[in-house]
Design a binder for this molecule. Structure first.
Ligand code: ADP
Ligand code: 5GP
Length: 206
């Protein structure tokens, strides 16, 4: 079987429910982990450095970019975000699945550098519902909610670049679909050809 872990790129507009959907998946799948990104934005109440993000300065971010320490990086709502390279590569090599919860520009960079990654995009049932969820979460002031809705429209234009689209209407149904698409991605032919070849070689040399 494939010994390397699967890289899963997980995107969707802010407030669509990515975090809410992912938590149960991670609890059920100890073989999967969420990459902790670096960001220059300030922590929200309750966010912990090293758990939700590594909160770093613009200078440190620029150093990481210059030293090729990030797998991808992008600017979102006037702040920088990026995926630290070393930890992701280490986890994949150890056979763990790594989930990158990142926005679309970063996802397109990963698509070029890791064409075998699995790309999953979470859709809202409607833009009205997305606004309700963003405002209901109470973590952003109204102007930021409006900025994020405008960003959502731009992001929806990239949905066609992803392998799987999941509408997060009913939480349970969307959670089952997330399970299903990740499970399906494990059975992709390209992932299992080595396994078939080893089986045939073993038989021929027996
Ligand atoms: P994201 O991680 O995509 O920014 P969150 O997981 O923080 O989004 O969810 C935003 C808000 O929407 C939260 O208040 C969450 O409880 C709510 N939410 C998520 N999924 C659903 C759903 N299927 N139905 C109703 N509310 C949801
Ligand atoms: P938030 O500020 O709401 O936590 O995140 C804003 C957006 O940045 C979300 O779409 C989130 O998925 C994305 N994001 C978080 N970490 C990264 C990262 O490392 N790289 C990129 N490209 N986007 C990220």
């Amino acid at each position: 079987m494939s010994e390397r872990g699967t890289l899963i790129v997980y995107s969707g507009p802010s407030g669509v429910g990515k975090g809410t959907l992912l938590q149960p998946y991670l609890s059920r799948h100890p073989e999967a982990c969420l990459s902790v990104s670096v960001t220059t934005r300030a922590p929200r109440p309750g966010e912990v450095d090293g758990v939700h993000y590594w909160f770093i300065t613009e200078e440190r971010f620029a150093q990481l970019v210059d030293s090729d320490g990030l797998l991808e990086h992008a600017c979102y709502s006037a702040h920088s975000y990026g995926t630290p390279r070393a930890q992701v590569e280490e986890q994949l090599a150890q056979g763990r699945d790594v989930i990158l919860e990142i926005e679309v520009q970063g996802a397109m960079q990963i698509k070029r550098s890791f064409p075998d990654a699995v790309f999953v995009f979470i859709l809202p049932p409607s833009l009205e519902e997305l606004r309700r969820r963003l405002s209901g979460r109470g973590t952003e002031p109204p102007q930021v909610v409006e900025d994020r809705l405008a960003a959502a429209l731009r992001e929806l234009g990239f949905a066609k670049e992803y392998d799987y689209l999941i509408v997060n209407d009913d939480l349970e149904r969307a959670g089952s679909r997330l399970e299903a698409v990740i499970a399906a991605s494990k059975c992709r032919t390209a992932n299992l050809l080595d396994y078939v070849e080893r089986m045939v070689n073993c038989h021929e040399h027996a």
